[in-house]
Design a protein around this ligand. Structure first.
Ligand code: ZN
Length: 215
């Protein structure tokens, strides 16, 4: 695991065990709360974060339901766990299956921890942090927006090479990409850490073309 100090209150914990990807877990310590955005592949991986945050109140956020983002939540079972309502529905239905199918990647307690706080469109964490519903890579994807530093954490919605779309809806995906472009913020992904403007434009062109071919 590698730690990147992005801002004074923000650390990227970068894991490379899910070969060939790197996977980022973002920790933002603001006011008296530590927000943990995504949890990687198991409670064992989250021990270093628990140690660093020693005793601080933790709130966990799932960017979406995929196994490499949710199963570390077994380390945070007592915490507030926030996700889109569709993420919760999906985990209720398929979480156990996902635990079984992805067993080779998991390390630690194997528990399908469900979110205990869900939302539909937007959720305000504090004055400077909010979650926005941004379907794309999957139907339940959300984005964490940090207004203090002008930074948005986009999960798996933007990555190099062009993301895999499990929700086949280029129109919805394009809307999310256009939303990111309108933010004019620094973008950080779950598997592509620093997202350059041209990568975002590449995504825009890809879904725009797909949409027009379908018409
Ligand atoms: Zn992922």
């Amino acid at each position: 695991m590698k730690k990147i100090a992005l801002y004074a209150d923000t650390t990227i914990y970068q894991f490379d065990e899910l070969v060939p990807y790197i996977t980022n877990v973002i920790v933002i310590e603001r006011d008296h709360i530590a927000y943990v955005f995504d949890t990687f592949c198991g409670s064992e991986y989250m021990q270093c974060i628990l140690e660093d945050l020693c005793g601080k109140e933790i709130q966990v956020i799932f960017s979406h339901h995929d196994f490499d983002h949710v199963f570390g939540a077994a380390a945070f079972e007592e915490c507030k766990i926030i996700a889109h309502q569709k993420c919760c529905e999906w985990l209720k239905q398929y979480g156990q299956k996902q635990l079984k199918d992805q067993k080779q990647w998991l390390k630690g307690k194997e528990v399908n921890v469900l979110p205990n706080c869900t939302f539909e469109d937007e959720y305000v964490l504090c004055d400077t942090l909010k979650l926005v519903y941004t379907p794309g890579h999957t139907e339940d994807c959300i984005t964490l927006i940090d207004l203090l530093h002008g930074c948005a954490y986009v999960g798996d919605n933007v990555e190099e090479p062009i993301c895999e779309m499990t929700l086949h809806n280029p129109q919805v995906y394009l809307k999310t990409i256009e939303f990111y472009q309108s933010l004019k913020m620094r973008l950080i992904g779950a598997h592509t850490t620093f997202i350059e403007e041209d990568l975002l434009q590449k995504h825009h062109d890809y879904f725009y073309q797909m949409l027009n071919e379908e018409c």
